[in-house]
Structures are given as C-alpha cells and as structure tokens.
Write a protein that binds this ligand. Structure first.
Ligand code: NAD
Length: 428
C-alpha cells in the first residue's frame, strides 16, 4: 500500500489469469471470476469527540459466493483503497476454496487510522459500517471478520449493531468475536498456528528438522506473534522481527542473533503490534532498518505485515540460506519477485494456503455460533491442524504430480473448485 504504482488488484487478476490459462477456463468463467460479483461503497458520517462531523469511506466487496456465503475481514487502514479490498476479496475466494470450506470470498474496509481515533470514535465507525451495509450482509449472505487494525472489540460492536437492527440474536453474523461473547477459543491463535502447520509440513518435505531452524518475521501483530509461539514450541528460533513505528512513520527490525524471547518482546509491544524502541534497546535488541528482516541468514522467512513487501527491488537481498518463505500476510510478494524466488528454488507456501488457518477457525466459530454450542480449545486446534494439513498435502501432491510451483498448484485447485461451483449452479 506504500508504493503508489503497485495495484494489488492487478496482481490478483494477473495471478487469476495465469491459473485460468493453466485450467483452460472458458471465456465466460474467466469474465465472471476476474472481477467481484458485487461491491458496495458508502460514507460513514461520525460525530467526532470534538463535535465536528467527519465522513469515513467504507467498502464491502463480495468477490464470489458460489460455494457458500461470502467470508472475509474488515481492515481499518489510512491507505485503504477499493482495489486493495477487491484483491483481498478475490484472495478470500481462493482461500476458502483451497481450504475446502463451504464459503465464498469477501472483504471490507474503512479508510481511517485507528492510531488517531478514540475508542468512542472507533465504535461509531463500526456501528456506522454495519448500518450502511446491513441488508447485504448476514449469517447466510456474507460474514465479516477482523483484519489489520480491527479486533474482537470492533467485531462485538458490529454484532451489537447488527442485532439491534435485525431485532434478534445472530452471533453467526460475524466472527473474531471475544470468547464468551460468541467467539471461538483458538481463533486468536489460528492464523499464526496455521502458517506454522504449513511450515511443519514443508520442512517434512524438505527433510529438515525444525529444531535446527531459524526464522525472521515481518510484522509483530496477531499472525506473527502466534506463529512465533507455535514455531518456538516446534523447536525453531526466531532471530528477527520487524514492525511499524507510528511515531517515526517508518518500520524497524529488531534482532537478537541468539534468539528472541517471545514473552520478553511482547512485554514491550503495543496491542497494535508496535515495539517500543527505547525499551527494546534496553533489553539488548539490535534496532535495524525496516527491511533488515528480509536479508537475515535464516532458514525461514515469514512476511506477516502487508502486501507488496517482497518486490523485484529487494528480492535479491534474500540470503542463500533461506529455504522456505511462508506468506503469513496476504499478497506480500509481487508477481515479478515470485518468478525470481521460483528460479532460486526457494520453497514458497503461498499466502492463501499459508494463512488459511484464520478463515478456517472463523468457519468453526460461525458453526459454533449458529448452533450455540462452543468447543474446547484443544478440539478447535486439532480440527484446525487436520484441515490445514489436508489443504497443504493436497496442494503439495498436486504440485509434485504436475510439476508446478506451489502457488500455481494452489491456484489451480482453488480456481477449479470455484469454477466448478459456478458451472454446477448454471451461472456459466
Ligand atoms: P496486525 O494489525 O495484528 O499486525 C500487523 C503487524 O505488521 C504489526 O506488527 C505492524 O506494526 C506491522 N507492520 C505494519 N506495517 C509494516 C511495515 N511496513 N513493515 C513492517 N511491519 C509492519 O495484523 P495481522 O492480523 O497480524 O495481519 C497481518 C497480515 O496477515 C495482513 O496481511 C492480514 O491481511 C493477513 N492475515 C491476517 C489474518 C488474521 O487472522 N489476523 C488472517 C489471514 C491473513
């Protein structure tokens, strides 16, 4: 989102076009899947704490719902654009399909910066977002969830507004809710844990013992923190993480060459995933430039911040030591960089497979909310492991069988499932 010339939707469409070629899709199916089925743009007027009304721009895009209700997060970001939301909604369609969930793909957003908004202002934005889109979302239509800079609290305000408007309890309307208020145990861990489950499977394929591996992560928010936790339990060592620094308006990387202590670093990290640079230095962390996470001599790289982070301009910085890139974020690698990574034979676990744990657990949450019966955490996490492992193995097997890179294999499986559903419904 930082680079004005980068358009994530064009990236998503190029990736789709390539999959459509591989699948030899007919022209009607290509036209249908290349663009979202529906999109909503709206204004959210909010009376701010100082009494002035400010208007925020909100979006919801439903890319495809042939396999089930649309599903996808709502992102609050100052540089949010409709093309970012379109791209993310399309990637959600492929993600739910590759994980074989009975859901489609959607995404939403609001152009705003929560760093500069009070709690009351954020609540008003959440309620306003639901009021504008009320008729076009719901447990059987489109189920939102959190994304960058939105939390369980935001989801609960949104649910409360939805239930006030509908006049009934509908906890299945939204996921990522607080536990005890319709949320699922294991949801906060799910995306990061899911990424590590795919890393575990990739390490098996490469015959590498996780105990002897090191990793460097971009981002230190929800995905990264829980990926760190499970990766550490698996025996791996994280030596570097990066994050955004709101005061300096730039990112930094923080490194301990012998391994970062997760709870120590968490103790100096804000709820939005920013590390306090002064306290980190006091704890002995090296503070490095924002992109230093990428050139570390580690076995595993995990971009888990935003899209467009590994580009043709910085891909050469990736160390010869790196064996796996697990894309925790959506769209972190440009198509040009992807080709160069493929040429170097680095094992990529593509975003919509690697980070599908979040939507998989969101689906579990939706099921629990709809039946009003909540599972134990172990049950949720073991179901997550089964789903993620199955998705990984089917992509990996397909990749080997057809001699395709992992990203192409994941695309072919996902697009084929969605195209088939559109065909079976008689749409194309
Ligand atoms: P988050 O808001 O919890 O954390 C984001 C982290 O990235 C923070 O540490 C922030 O400081 C850092 N960051 C932001 N800009 C950066 C920059 N330019 N350089 C370095 N670090 C930067 O977000 P999250 O939920 O962890 O999501 C991260 C990514 O994973 C996003 O692409 C999101 O779409 C994707 N994702 C999240 C989930 C989920 O369940 N949370 C599911 C699937 C995909």
């Amino acid at each position: 989102m930082k680079n004005k010339s980068y358009n994530p939707f064009e990236t998503a469409q190029e990736q789709f076009d390539h999959a459509a070629e591989l699948l030899e899709l007919d022209q009607g199916t290509r036209e249908l899947l290349r663009n979202p089925m529906r999109e909503y743009h709206f204004n959210i007027p909010v009376r701010m704490d100082d009494g002035i009304v400010k208007v925020f721009r909100g979006f919801r895009v439903q890319h495809n719902d042939a396999r089930g209700p649309a599903k996808g997060g709502i992102r609050f970001h100052p540089q949010e654009t409709i093309d970012t939301v379109r791209a993310l909604s399309m990637w959600m369609t492929w993600k739910t399909a590759v994980a074989d969930l009975p859901l489609g793909g959607g995404k939403g957003g609001v152009i705003c910066d929560p760093h500069t908004l009070s709690v009351f202002e954020q609540e008003k934005i959440c309620r306003g977002w639901v009021r504008e889109i009320f008729k076009n979302v719901g447990p059987k239509i489109d189920i939102p969830a959190p994304d960058v800079m939105t939390s369980a609290q935001h989801m609960l305000w949104m649910l409360d507004e939805y239930e006030a408007l509908s006049g009934s309890k509908n906890p299945g309307f939204i996921t990522g809710k607080p536990v005890g208020m319709g949320g699922s145990l294991g949801r906060k861990e799910a995306t990061g844990y899911g990424v590590v489950i795919t890393i575990r499977e990739a390490l098996k394929e490469l015959n590498i013992d996780p105990n002897n591996t090191t990793a460097s992560f971009q981002g230190f928010g929800n995905v990264s923190q829980f990926a760190f936790e499970l990766y550490q339990q698996m025996g791996g060592t994280v030596i570097c993480v990066s994050c955004w620094d709101q005061d300096d308006q730039k990112s930094y990387s923080y490194k301990k060459k012998d391994g970062i202590n997760l709870s120590e670093l968490l103790s100096v990290t804000s709820p939005l995933g920013s590390i306090d640079k002064i306290k980190a230095k006091e704890l002995g962390y090296e503070q490095l430039p924002g992109d230093a996470w990428l050139d570390q001599d580690v076995d595993i790289l995990m971009p888990a911040a935003l899209e467009n982070q590994i580009t043709e301009n910085n891909v050469a910085k990736i160390s010869q030591h790196v064996k796996i890139i697990a894309e925790g974020a959506n769209g972190p690698t440009t198509n040009e960089a992807d080709k160069l990574i493929d040429e170097r034979n680095i094992y990529i676990i593509p975003d919509f497979l690697a980070n599908a744990g979040g939507v998989t657990c969101s689906y579990f949450e939706q099921v629990q909310s709809n039946i009003n019966n909540y599972w134990e955490k172990d049950e949720v996490l073991s179901k997550l492991d089964v789903k993620m492992t199955k998705a990984f193995v089917s992509v990996s097997d397909f990749s080997k069988e057809h001699n395709l890179p992992m990203r192409d294999a994941a695309y072919v499986i996902a697009v084929d499932r969605v195209a088939q559903a559109c065909h079976d419904r008689g749409w194309v």
